[in-house]
Design a binder for this molecule. Structure first.
Ligand code: GLU
Length: 512
């Protein structure tokens, strides 16, 4: 297909958008931007029974969060709207009738029970995967078996009906896929798909093909699960006489479970304790966490997702959206499934955290500090994040890892304390903490505090390894964390003094 590049992301609003769907949106976006094309959002909501309230809004917010803003869509408008299929239903009728008139589709009056009875009959006769298809359609109640007049009469009488595609016998359907090369599917494997349901609405297959045509879509980039349906779509393009102007197809590899076995599912998030949705979902049904509530930077999520199934063929791993646009090449998308590696996602996020300014980091961390949002705190948090950021991979970890910056210390590492606490050193410890407490507010800075401790240790020939951990336990409850004197400076004289004051009593309770 020649002409301008126009791609669409076409989700069904049947629940929160899985990151697999988000990756599809991302690849469409990158491809469009790389080729000065148009990125379209089309909401495929013709299956009313599966609609989940709130999910269309969720999809839009998730795209927005990642910076994937559609050029055309339900909110943006455009020359090919409406962009919500439920608002296009009158349009599809015309195309269904065209297919019936040209002999590419037929009315079917079978009830669900009759279809089930046919399946049972076929199974009893040894047919392993019975379908409504070229071998069974002649045993059913449709316009092919009843004749066109009877069928028209039943329709006129208001009898419920569906319209099905008439899949041709003995056809090898071949199409090119940008990722998989040439794909062949024999028509005997295809069922006569329903294209118009009893509720008068089209199914995905018809609406998708008609809309891709009317919206002048140049490339259909979508998940691998739609590969088998593409044979039906090709037949529809042919039946409409659009075969020469059919879009180019690209079917993306699956995202696999961390084990590499099987498709990553919604439930895997809860099972393995990582997010599989971009944003947290609270609307209907079970709530889910999102990359946002896990404390991820959306740019890191985009970077991570871009690499799930694609790579630029170089060593570079950190890419801004603009760099991704420049580097993206559909030919470099892999055929094989991409294993979801949560550690890698965290690694990316850690890289983005390192690169963030302290002010921006503070703003991102604030929402994770429940109810403590005020001006003073933002300044304080900038100081805290500066110290913690080399050790942290998600925003959510800051208040956990650095709990002692925000809350009093309630529990102490008793094992370490017993190891380091030497009774003969009690006097030294008491003198040292009182020396530190005596440092004035104005001088309460890392360098000064460090010199107080070092001078004392040297003077009494003590060991750093025995003294520093005790001071740290007194202030933070444990022996790990950023530089001790930086911690003291950020905590400030008041907090440091009060924690030191209560520590001898606490230590006595733990160390014996
Ligand atoms: N509505 C389909 C989905 O939910 C779109 C598939 C396609 O892109 O053709 O995935």
């Amino acid at each position: 297909m020649t002409g301008p590049i126009r791609v669409r992301f076409a989700p069904s609003p049947t629940g929160p958008l899985h990151i697999g769907g988000l990756r599809t949106a991302l690849y469409n976006y990158l491809f469009a931007k790389k080729n000065a094309g148009t990125f379209i959002l089309r909401i495929e909501d013709t299956d009313q029974s599966r609609l989940v309230p709130g999910s269309e809004q969720y999809i839009k917010e998730a795209l927005h969060w990642c910076g994937l803003i559609p050029d055309e869509g339900p909110n943006q408008g455009g020359s090919y709207g409406p962009y919500r299929q439920s608002e296009r239903s009158s349009l599809y009728e015309h195309y269904v009738h065209q297919l019936i008139l040209s002999g590419h589709a037929y009315y079917a009056f079978d009830t669900p029970e009759e279809i089930e009875a046919m399946r049972q009959r076929e199974i009893a006769e040894g047919n392993k995967g019975p379908k409504y298809d070229q071998s069974t359609r002649k045993t059913m109640r449709n316009s092919l078996t009843l004749g066109p007049e009877t069928a028209e009469q039943l329709v006129a009488d208001g009898k419920p009906y569906t319209v099905r595609m008439l899949v041709p016998a003995s056809r090898e359907i071949t199409f090119m896929d940008e990722i998989r090369g040439s794909v062949r599917i024999h028509s005997k494997e295809l069922d006569d798909k329903v294209i118009l349901k009893t509720d008068g609405l089209p199914t995905y297959h018809l609406a998708n093909v008609v809309d891709d045509h009317l919206m002048k879509i140049s490339h259909v980039i979508r998940g691998e699960e739609w590969l088998p349906s593409t044979a039906h779509h090709v037949l529809l393009y042919e039946a409409f006489g659009w075969a020469d102007i059919m879009p180019t197809f690209a079917h993306l590899p699956l995202i696999l479970k961390p084990s590499g076995k099987g498709k990553l599912s919604k439930r895997d998030g809860q099972k393995f304790g990582f997010p599989v949705f971009p944003l947290a979902w609270h609307d209907t049904g079970d709530p889910f966490e999102g990359f946002d509530s896990f404390g991820f930077n959306p740019d890191a999520v985009v970077n991570f997702l871009a690499f799930l199934g694609w790579n630029p063929g170089t060593e570079q791993e950190i890419f801004s959206m603009d760099e991704l646009v420049q580097a993206f090449d559909i030919q470099q998308i892999s055929k094989a499934g991409a294993r979801f590696d949560y550690d890698k996602a965290r690694w990316y996020n850690g890289q983005y955290i390192q690169a963030e300014s302290d002010e921006s980091l503070a703003n991102h961390v604030l929402p994770f500090l429940k109810g403590k949002r005020d001006e003073d705190l933002s300044l304080y948090i900038s100081e805290v994040v500066k110290l913690l950021k080399p050790r942290i991979q998600t925003y959510r970890e800051f208040p956990i890892e650095g709990h002692y910056f925000f809350n009093d210390v309630e529990s102490y590492n008793g094992k370490m304390l017993r190891k380091k606490w030497k009774e003969p050193n009690r006097t030294h410890f008491l003198t040292l903490i009182s020396k530190l407490t005596e440092v004035t507010e104005a001088d309460f800075q890392a360098e000064k505090l460090k010199s107080v401790v070092h001078t004392y240790i040297e003077e009494y020939e003590l060991s750093f390894g025995n003294v520093l951990p005790l001071l740290r336990i007194a202030l933070c409850g444990d022996t790990k964390g950023p530089d001790l004197f930086d911690i003291m400076e950020v905590l400030g004289k008041k907090t440091v003094s009060s924690r030191f004051q209560k520590s001898p009593v606490v230590f006595d309770g733990i160390s014996d």
